[in-house]
Design a protein around this ligand. Structure first.
Ligand code: IMP
Ligand code: MG
Length: 179
């Protein structure tokens, strides 16, 4: 399938401002507490790195890898745990950091699973959100930017494993690959 980069949707400067705002809100909301930040691999790694350096709290960082995408531009709605957390989250204040909420199925499944481990609290921070595509009623407590129903790449987000290292968020058009 032919695909090409249509242009920048969100510049690195805009992203930096959004990250600052999110970090300020999180620092305020959890003041006096220790936070366990869970990065959902791989898409969140750049956002997480930027975010945690701006949060003014003691932080433990852990990662999970779940899979709901199998090389295409549509979520399958099936979540499989590929790498579990290294640490116990019971009694901890946990913040899941995601790259993007699309159908919401990944997050819904992940949240349900993590809640069975009895954290003190569990919230979600997503860099980007495509509300038009939602198939569940899940919303992240902290959302960086709402974006239109387009497939985006860069700032950690990939298409088939590529483009994660682009510093700006760009739109990818896939000829013949829509839906
Ligand atoms: P959901 O389960 O449909 O919400 O899908 C969430 C996951 O799909 C995200 O964590 C991304 O890995 C991937 N995803 C959804 N939309 C995009 C996109 O526009 N670009 C790249 N990855 C995406
Ligand atoms: Mg992801």
């Amino acid at each position: 399938m032919a695909h090409n980069i249509k242009g920048v949707l969100i510049s690195r400067e805009e992203i930096a401002k959004v990250v600052d705002d999110l970090a300020a809100r999180i620092s305020q909301d959890y003041a006096g507490k220790e936070l366990v930040v869970i990065g959902v691999l791989k898409g969140s790694f750049i956002f997480l790195a930027d975010l945690v350096r701006k949060i003014d709290l003691p932080i433990i960082i852990d990662f999970m890898s779940v899979s709901s995408y199998y090389g295409g531009t549509k979520s399958s709605g099936v979540v499989k745990i590929i790498k579990d957390l290294d640490n116990d989250i019971e009694g901890k204040h946990v913040l899941i950091v995601e790259d993007i909420v699309d159908s919401g199925l990944t997050l819904q499944n992940l949240k349900e699973m993590l809640l069975t481990r009895n954290p003190a609290s569990l919230r979600v921070c997503a860099a980007f959100d495509k509300p038009e595509r939602r198939k569940t009623d899940i919303t992240a407590e902290y959302t960086g930017m709402l974006i239109p129903d387009e497939f985006i790449i860069g700032y950690g987000l990939d298409y088939d494993g590529s483009y994660r290292s682009l510093p700006d968020v760009c739109i990818l058009s896939v000829d013949g690959g829509n839906e």
